[in-house]
Design a protein around this ligand. Structure first.
Ligand code: ANZ
Ligand code: ZN
Length: 818
């Protein structure tokens, strides 16, 4: 009987849907429907779609389809993040042009998407590597440049020796290249940056808009990444140096406990002030430090290292002379690259002091044992001691007081510091968006005029694109040599390309008007569609992409192009698809191929299995998933539709009430579960309705009952969110007009949601004293509790105790007074 094969109907409906075009977003201002924007993180075109895509796009499709069913005008677009290193590296390996490789993969993925059938509006498809797109990436770069938000500076940068390019701080994960895993080095280079630090406060403060709508852990990660800390800048004199040196401290209350001073070993200051007799030792140390990663340097596990610089600093509050050291645990780029060390109350300082025999002085009495003996710094609150004018104050009061004193003396001030650094956006690679700047010997940096955009990538077919440390574009003579837009003289194009995260920081704006030629987007369309209502994608983008997109949105707001400050109202991060408890990986063979799964079970089974396995945020272990069970379930759905015998339009009110109650309760609960993003529970409810309907057909009112039709139609509509092919096929079998996605979401009839009630009689000493309306299934103890809580019963008892309660649930309670 269960002969339905989900694979058999795929091609049929794919072709029919292509004709119907049921998922097109309507641009017209006359369309009265409310709008919704469902966005999926767009893919990199590296290879075909895999299980991870299958999961993400099944999840992202649910809200879109739900909104279609609710009658909204829905924007659910797709495109490709098609510039970038993965494409370029793969292309080099295969000796192909990155464009050839990229666009071939896009076609492969597009075909797979068509089959997998997310409810995309294909007419809005975009690729960030198309000149029609990157023209506007360049345009935005120039607007950033005009606003002082794009600038070039020399300095230490992260360098991936394998990819031969710089990386943003965000792309260095645990000291390794986010892309290839190579150990990241530090180099001094001149690079382009976006001034994201200017937006640090707003990026933090606007998170208030996202609370409860974005996952807490993503908000926390962003908060930590931005890392705002408040404290004070304090000036220390270095003996023999004219200019004082400023340090940043979160604990100005501990100034009297500063027993030494530490400069980052790789900061220019260290080299500058190092005394001649310490020079050799210092240089050797600095050489060693230059090879360490930031993660290692900040590690609290590692034994501290450092060199005495042969110089002394003077504490501005008490005039004390303290030795100046160089060490790697102080970072050159945080705060001012130098610190006052307070070993009693800072663990890293204490570790350092104990390693090098430096004094430890307690200045906050926390009631704990002496850190010099325990090796554990005390960081809590307490009374200030050994601290002159601060003695007796609490930590908070002492912080405020110390700042007052410093400010009065002109030796310091309250200050805020951020962990966030400016975003390094230039890359020495070919397959990216060219930076629209020309370097002229007489005029310097000159922006390419808007009317000359896009600056197209040269073809460079046949050229050697292998990374060499400078962009392959620099070697393209015809391309790189140009004339200065300002003076007309000979000039060179900037040969770096932009980080692909620049491309992906604004693509969701472009979707609102993908063919627009007068700007990056049509402000009118963006006003109607945005912000995005629901964004679905991987948690690996918790910092990089999401932070950059938020930054872009704020800049666009400041440019007056949009009227909102956060791009994504709601965010959902799906879990990963794993296998046998481990991440899937080609190299270990721990892999399931999406194409194979679809060939074996069909699209609907794969989608449903993904969605039913648990809440969308959880990982899915494909080894635990039962595609066969899903297959059987879909067959049952189809069989119910095929057997339904009541005619289209039969009045459900004349049907079986028991089945109708189940149907309407399932509608009610499934709706709530879809809205709460508990898609697995929504599917469980549909399964419940399928069972009830089967029973009604087999051993209840029969297939001709109008309630069976109502149930079967409900099943098809609810299922259309999760298993679109089977839902469509069932809808057709029910004699309805495709597409099911436009059927309209059912609403539960409240009168069918009310539970049955029975009247329970409550007697005291044999006399009826109260009547309670209760559920027929009420438990005896619950009923006893309700009866004793009745005011009327208590009045009848008149303070007398209770000897005995006889409960005959749900009809009678008999209370015997003492
Ligand atoms: C004295 C002090 C005493 C500190 C104390 C802490 C506790 P966050 O919260 O991360 O901002 N610091 C400042 N600049 C640094 C740098 N470039 N590299 C490494 N450490 C640096 O940390 C601020 C604290 O980290 C500062 O406050 C400073 O140590 C240290 F009981 O100053 B503190
Ligand atoms: Zn010039």
């Amino acid at each position: 009987p269960d002969s339905y094969d989900p694979r058999a109907v795929q091609d049929k409906w794919q072709a029919r849907w292509a004709e119907m075009d049921p998922y097109r977003a309507e641009e017209s201002a006359d369309d009265p429907r409310e709008r919704r924007y469902a966005l999926d993180m767009f893919p990199y075109p590296s290879g075909d779609l895999h299980m991870g895509h299958a999961e993400a796009f099944a999840i992202g499709d649910v809200p879109a389809r739900y909104w279609f069913q609710r009658g909204y005008n829905v924007l659910h677009p797709i495109g490709w993040d098609s510039f970038g290193l993965p494409a370029e590296n793969a292309a080099i390996k295969r000796n192909e042009h990155p464009a050839t490789w990229t666009y071939a993969n896009i076609e492969t993925q597009a075909a797979s998407f068509h089959r997998y059938a997310p409810s995309f509006d294909w007419s809005r498809r975009l690729h960030t590597s198309d000149p029609e797109y990157y023209k506007w990436t360049q345009w935005l770069f120039l607007r950033f440049y005009e606003r002082g938000l794009a600038y070039r500076k020399g300095g230490q940068v992260n360098w991936c020796p394998n990819d031969q390019t710089v990386l943003a701080n965000e792309q260095v994960v645990g000291g390794h290249c986010e892309r290839c895993g190579a150990l990241v080095e530090r180099r001094v280079l001149t690079q382009w940056y976006f001034r994201i630090t200017e937006y640090a406060d707003r990026l933090l403060d606007d998170m208030r808009q996202l609370e409860g709508k974005w996952p807490d852990r993503v908000l926390l990660m962003q908060r930590n990444w931005i890392g705002r800390s408040t404290g004070a800048d304090v000036q220390f004199t270095i003996e023999g140096r004219d200019e004082p040196v400023t340090v940043f401290t979160t604990r100005p209350d501990t100034l009297y406990g500063a027993t030494f001073f530490v400069v980052a070993a790789d900061a220019p200051l260290a080299a500058e002030i190092c005394a001649p007799e310490q020079r050799a030792e210092f240089e050797a140390y600095r050489e060693q430090v230059s090879r360490e990663s930031e993660i290692d340097r900040l590690s609290t596990e590692r034994e501290k290292t450092g060199v005495f610089l042969g110089r002394y600093a003077v504490n501005p509050l008490n005039g004390e002379r303290i030795p100046v050291w160089a060490s790697d645990y102080v970072l050159a780029e945080y705060g001012h690259g130098a610190i006052m060390a307070v070993p009693a109350h800072d663990q890293r300082d204490l570790d350092f002091a104990r390693r090098f025999g430096l004094p430890v002085r307690v200045v906050v009495d926390t009631g704990e044992a002496d850190p010099a003996e325990t090796g554990v710094a005390t960081v809590g609150d307490g009374r200030l001691v050994n601290s002159g004018p601060l003695d007796g104050l609490s930590k908070a009061d002492a912080i405020a007081r110390a700042i007052e004193i410093l400010e009065a003396k002109g030796l310091g001030k309250a200050s805020v510091n951020y962990r966030l650094r400016d975003w390094l956006v230039s890359r020495q690679r070919f397959w990216g968006c060219p930076i629209p700047i020309v370097h002229c010997e007489s005029c310097g940096e000159v922006p390419v005029p808007d009317e000359d955009l896009p600056v197209r990538l040269p073809d460079l077919r046949g050229a050697d694109l292998a990374p060499k440390g400078t962009s392959p574009l620099a070697a393209a003579e015809d391309w790189v040599n140009t004339s200065c837009p300002k003076c007309g003289g000979a000039a060179k194009r900037d040969s770096d390309t932009m980080d692909t995260f620049v491309d992906s920081s604004w693509y969701y704006f472009r979707y609102c008007s993908p063919g627009y030629t007068d700007g990056p987007f049509d402000v009118e369309q963006v006003r109607k569609w945005m912000p995005v209502d629901q964004y679905t994608g991987g948690v690996e983008h918790a910092i990089l992409h999401l932070l950059y997109s938020r930054f872009f949105t704020k800049v666009l707001y400041d440019m007056g192009m949009i009227d909102f400050t956060e791009p994504f109202t709601r965010l959902l991060n799906q879990g990963q698809v794993i296998l046998n408890g481990k991440a899937m990986s080609k190299s270990t063979g721990n892999l399931v191929d999406l194409g194979d799964q679809i060939a074996e079970f069909g699209v609907d089974v794969v989608r449903l299995a993904m969605l039913f396995s648990g809440p969308p945020e959880d990982d899915i272990d494909w080894a635990d998933v039962s595609p066969h069970g899903m297959s059987k379930f879909l067959a049952r759905v189809h069989r119910i539709a095929a057997e339904t015998a009541a005619p289209v339009g039969a009045d459900p009110a004349t049907g079986d009430t028991a089945l109708r109650r189940v149907t309407h309760r399932v509608i009610d609960e499934a709706t709530a579960m879809v809205e709460a993003q508990r898609f697995n529970v929504a599917i469980a409810r549909i399964m419940e309705l399928v069972s009830a309907t089967r029973k009604a057909i087999d051993s209840g009112p029969g297939a001709a009952d109008p309630a069976v039709r109502e149930a079967a139609e409900t099943i098809a509509i609810l299922l259309s969110l999760f298993a679109p092919y089977t839902a469509e096929e069932a809808w057709e079998a029910l004699g309805r007009q495709a597409p099911v996605i436009r059927a309209g979401w059912p609403s539960a009839d409240p009168s069918l949601l009310v539970e049955d009630r029975v009247t329970c009689v409550v007697q005291v000493a044999g006399k009826v004293r109260d009547r309670l309306e209760v559920s027929p299934g009420i438990a005896a103890d619950e009923l006893e509790r309700l009866a004793l809580a009745s005011d009327k019963v208590q009045a009848a008892l008149g303070g007398a105790g209770v000897r005995k309660v006889i409960v005959r649930a749900p009809k009678i309670v008999n209370i015997v007074p003492a």
